[in-house]
Structure formats: structure tokens, C-alpha cells
Ligand binder design. Structure first.
Ligand code: G6P
Length: 486
């Protein structure tokens, strides 16, 4: 059924929306707008395109804003974007988001389980799974309600795997695509999920006309899972693409390697607030001839920050010539702190950084400069002075930091890059590549990157920046829209 308010021709659905609210003591709500590929993509199609973004209320401020506005946020808060924020009951949301999405599906795709003990799927898991189904159904209802006949819907990520199938059942007229921003697990690992859950996730995504990924590797893993779990047929199209044929329907797989937004970054990185942060960082680094190894991450288990610090310690131990001549600038911003395992990981990062500083620091030299308060301007300042960027995730859908630093670094940076990051497919040739589990090899890679001759480093950095900006967010978004409209 199409309601009176409906009529959007383009719809985006994601758990986290483009704006979040905090509630002050006096009850006032303050809106904060976020960035990222989807925000740039939607602004590229312009305000007249009739686009609606459907997202969930994540905290108390969001809930309040959703209630006060009847779910359709004030466009003054969103920069003109039409946003429908779903006020999903807090317990359902928590089970779906913290329980299934972040503690199960994220763990499966990033292969984070310590398998002798976990996972173990019991009745508590079943209750959470029921919430995940309800949360996905709430999105499908809202999208069905908002979409104009024949509209295009772009569903994002592992939070919403059931939406394409649920939405097709409600609105067979729509063109539906799903995009995964994460890696996709190999079939043997994916099949740890209970059989009916593994099937539901795949069937849900195959309810769409397209399922798209950041690299070919993740699309192939998804196809492998469809064959192994559902017995689906994997068709190789004439253009080299993949399709999944299952129960009389065909879902095309797409690959869209989101790139860095060079234009935005270059402008943003030279505003006064960044200059200010840069001056403060220079002070912390000390001597003007010191080199920098920069990393910027959410404090996320998959980012492998602890092994990165261990590698840096091994570098200082094995190559005393770098002592007092290098500073590791590590920004590790809080993430998913409702989960105990993330809090413990955050503590471990802080403890290790302190230990290295105690072990090697001298009165004029702090070997690790760790910042944990999220500050985008300071991240950009660090990018500008990076000699080496360290990006060593265990597994990562893409990793945009690997793409952003070469664009911004002033003298050109060497990139130490995990071969398990999606970005490896595009940047591997000019990066110093590592197996992220091999701490000794990562220490050697840091030494190689620091020792790289200036000319070579600048040349490589230029090529990295070119590859990193090949598909900027607006074109990444339009590519997907066009593919669905075809
Ligand atoms: C990854 C996911 C996104 C998610 C982001 C931050 O990039 O692909 O969907 O929004 O992490 O995680 P959070 O749980 O804070 O939304």
C-alpha cells in the first residue's frame, strides 16, 4: 500500500543515519551531522531527486527527536535531506544491533571468534535473532511506506540483510539493491551460523535485484556461501560478473570499490582548525627531523591495533637507530563501548602504549602519542605529516584510511598495508604489504617504509593517491543507482 506521504524515487536504508541527536539537561536536542560515502552520494543526486534516507534511532537523543518529529526529521537538522528515523523499541534495537549485528554477523565476516569457546548459539541467541527479524521488518515496513512506484532502494550492510527479501514481498514493483561494507566470510566459517540463520541471511539478500560488495574477493565469498548453504547456482556472466540463480530468481553481484573523496579532503585538511591541531601535534612529536608512523582507527577488534603496537615495539627493540628518531601517532577512537570485549580491547591498547613509552621513552621523546578522543580535524592534521601510514587490519571491507592518507600527506607517505584489507586489491602494488598476524614481519615492513628513499616514497604515494581516488563517493553511489535502473 502506498501512503499519502510516500513518493520517494530513491531510498537509502542504513542502521546509522546521517544525523544524530544529543539531549541537553534542559531538554533541548542538538543535531550533529555525519559524513561518509552515502552522505556525499546522496548530495550528488541533489535535493530534487526525491530521496529519503531511512535509519534507526540509536540513542535517547535520537529517540526523542524521532518522537517529536513523528519520525520525519526536521530538514533544518539534516542539511535538507529527508530522513525517516525509526523509533524501534530499545530492547529490540539492542538485541538486533549489539547482539546479532555487532556480536555475531560482524564477528563472522571479520573471523573474530576465538573458536574453542565461542560462538555458542543458545536460547539467548534465539531471542536476539527474533529481535533482528523484527528490526529488519520495521525497516521493510517504513521503506514500503515511503517508496514511489518503481523506486530504487539501496539497503546498507549486515544490520539489514533480511530487508531485501521482506521488502520484495511487500513491494514487488521496487528495484532493490543491498551493499555490504564489510568483508564476506568464507563458506566454512559462515556455516558456523545455525543452518536456518545462515539460510535466512542469504535468502534475505537474494531477495534484491543486486547484492554488491567493496571487492571481488568478498563477492566471490558470498557466491561460495550461496552455493554451499542454499545449493544455489553461481552463473558467470559474459562481462565477467557473477549472478546467483536461486528458486527461479536471479540476483546480480556487483563490485564497487569506494574511493576517497579527494576534493572534500584537500579542502577540509587546510582549514584553520586543522592547522591548529597540526601545531599541537608537532609539539608532541618534538624534534623537527623525527619521522612519523600514523594510524587512525576506531578502537575496533578487527583493526589489529595491539599487534600494530607490538610491531612498533619490535622495531624499537631490533633497530635501536630509530629510537628518538620516530614517533608513532596512534589515534584509536572509542567504538561499540556497550560490548565488554571492546572495552577490554580499548584498555589493552592504552596499557601497551603506556608500556612502550615507559620502556623506551626519554625526557625529550615520547615514542607513542596515543589519542582516544574522536577528532576529525586532528586526524587530518596527522595525515598531513604522515611519513608512514600503518593500516594492518585482520580483515577489513575496504579501509578508507589507507586511501585517505596518501591523498593528504604533504611529503608523500609510505603505506604499510595488510593484505586482508579490501584496499589491498587496489593499493597492494605500491604499498609495503604485510600478513597482519605476523608481528615480526610488520616490524620489518615499518623499517622498510621508514627507510624508503624520499623520491621513491613520493612517487609511490602519488600512485597510491591516484588509485585511492579512482571512484569517489558520488560516482560510487551513482554507479549503483544506474546498475539498478538498468
Ligand atoms: C563499519 C560498518 C558501518 C558502521 C561503522 C561504525 O564501517 O560497515 O555500518 O556504521 O562500522 O560502526 P557503528 O557500530 O558505530 O555504527
Amino acid at each position: 500500500m502506498v501512503s499519502e506521504r510516500s513518493g520517494a524515487k530513491v531510498l537509502v536504508a542504513s542502521n546509522r543515519g546521517p544525523v544524530s541527536y544529543t539531549k541537553g539537561d534542559d531538554g533541548t536536542l542538538t543535531a550533529k551531522r555525519g559524513g561518509g560515502g552515502l552522505v556525499s552520494g546522496l548530495s550528488a543526486i541533489g535535493p530534487d531527486a526525491g530521496a529519503v534516507w531511512v535509519c534507526a534511532a540509536l540513542g535517547d537523543g535520537d529517540r526523542e527527536a524521532a518522537r517529536r518529529s513523528g519520525g520525519h526529521l526536521d530538514t533544518a537538522d539534516t542539511g535538507g535531506q529527508h530522513v525517516r528515523m525509526l523509533d524501534i523499541p530499545a530492547d529490540v534495537f539492542t538485541d538486533a544491533y549489539n547482539g546479532i549485528a555487532n556480536s555475531v554477523l560482524w564477528f563472522v565476516h571479520h573471523m573474530l571468534y576465538q573458536t574453542p569457546l565461542e560462538p555458542s548459539f543458545d536460547d539467548a541467541f534465539r531471542a536476539q535473532w527474533a529481535s533482528y527479524e523484527a528490526y529488519n521488518a520495521a525497516f521493510a515496513d517504513a521503506l514500503a511506506d515511503e517508496a514511489a512506484p518503481g523506486a530504487v532502494v539501496l539497503v546498507q550492510d549486515y544490520h539489514l540483510t533480511l530487508v531485501p527479501g521482506l521488502l520484495r514481498a511487500r513491494r514487488p514493483d521496487l528495484r532493490i539493491g543491498h551493499f555490504s561494507h564489510t568483508p564476506w566470510a568464507p563458506a566454512d566459517y559462515f556455516r558456523m551460523l545455525p543452518d536456518d540463520v545462515a539460510e535466512a541471511v542469504l535468502r534475505g539478500m537474494l531477495g534484491g535485484d543486486r547484492a554488491a560488495f567493496l571487492t571481488r574477493r568478498w563477492a566471490e565469498a558470498f557466491a561460495e556461501c550461496c552455493a554451499a548453504v542454499l545449493g544455489a547456482e553461481v552463473a558467470h556472466d559474459a562481462d565477467g560478473g557473477l549472478s546467483i540463480v536461486h528458486e527461479g530468481r536471479t540476483t546480480r553481484l556487483g563490485v564497487h570499490g569506494l574511493g576517497a573523496d579527494a576534493e572534500f579532503l584537500r579542502e577540509r585538511a587546510h582549514r584553520p582548525d586543522v592547522d591548529e591541531r597540526l601545531a599541537a601535534l608537532r609539539e608532541q612529536i618534538g624534534g623537527p627531523d623525527r619521522k612519523t608512523i600514523v594510524r587512525v582507527d576506531r578502537t575496533e577488534l578487527s583493526k589489529n591495533i595491539v599487534r600494530g603496537l607490538r610491531a612498533y615495539r619490535a622495531l624499537l627493540a631490533g633497530h635501536p637507530e630509530w629510537r628518538e628518531r620516530v614517533v608513532h601517532i596512534a589515534f584509536a577512537y572509542p567504538s561499540r563501548q556497550d560490548l565488554e570485549v571492546y572495552r577490554a580491547y580499548t584498555d589493552e591498547v592504552g596499557r601497551l602504549a603506556e608500556e612502550i613509552n615507559e620502556e623506551y621513552g626519554t625526557p625529550g621523546w615520547q615514542p607513542v602519542v596515543l589519542h582516544v578522543k574522536d577528532d576529525f580535524a586532528r586526524s587530518l592534521a596527522a595525515y598531513r605529516i604522515a611519513d608512514v601510514a600503518l593500516v594492518n587490519p585482520i580483515r577489513d571491507g575496504m579501509n578508507l584510511v589507507a586511501k585517505e592518507v596518501p591523498v593528504i600527506s604533504e611529503a608523500g607517505c609510505a603505506l604499510v598495508l595488510s593484505r586482508e584489507a579490501g584496499a589491498y586489491a587496489e593499493l597492494g602494488e605500491d604499498a609495503v604489504c604485510v600478513n597482519p598476524y605476523d608481528v615480526s614481519a610488520t616490524a620489518r615492513a615499518l623499517h622498510e617504509a621508514l627507510s624508503m628513499e624520499d623520491g621513491e616514497r613520493a612517487e609511490r604515494s602519488k600512485r597510491l593517491a591516484a588509485a585511492a581516488t579512482a571512484l569517489p563517493p558520488d560516482r560510487w553511489f551513482l554507479q549503483q543507482l544506474r546498475a539498478l535502473e538498468e
